[in-house]
Design a protein around this ligand. Sequence first.
Ligand code: 5GP
Length: 196
Amino acid sequence: MSAAGAKSTRGLLVVISGPGGVGKGTVCKELLRDGDMTLSVSVTTRRPRSDEKEGEHYFFRSREEFARMQAAGLLLEAAEIAGNLYGTPRAEVEKLLAAGAVVILEIDVRGGRQVRALAPCLSVFLLPPSTEELEARFRGRGTDDERTLAERMALAAEEMKAAAEYDFTVVNDDLARTVAEVRRIILAARQKEEES
Ligand code: 5GP
């Protein structure tokens, strides 16, 4: 993916990251509502959750298949998160960008770094209103014991250190406001590119 190629076709690559529990998935889902943006479907080695569908939420693959894809250069970026591998299929993203689409990658901070080093993109980091609020959200899920909760909070603190590397940070205090803000940032970047 060359910088010149991305520019001439007016496609826009958008990286959205943020700590677990910040609501990235919900924000990204809402961004798709108007039909003017697309979300890249990642490949992962983790098991599907009960409500997840192959090809819609993720492409679920074995570690062997993932390694094969990686070795063949089929992934734009990849990272291991909590013992599972995640990666962005390169061909689909390139195809969508060539068609002029806004392509959203909802990926972790290490993936974000890899993409920024590779291709021109807009990057947005979602922050929780406070660490207390983040902890309250984790507790609200009611699925974690104290040790897991402490691990999640430590990981979130680590991830949030990367916020300064991103073009924009948005505090997810209210879903509708956050979605409107991220949408405004994306459309403004797109317009700027079209005018250049
Ligand atoms: P989950 O397993 O809860 O769906 O996702 C766990 C984490 O993996 C989230 O932080 C999510 O943003 C990240 N993630 C999902 N897909 C990718 C990907 O393709 N690449 C990278 N680097 N991270 C991903």
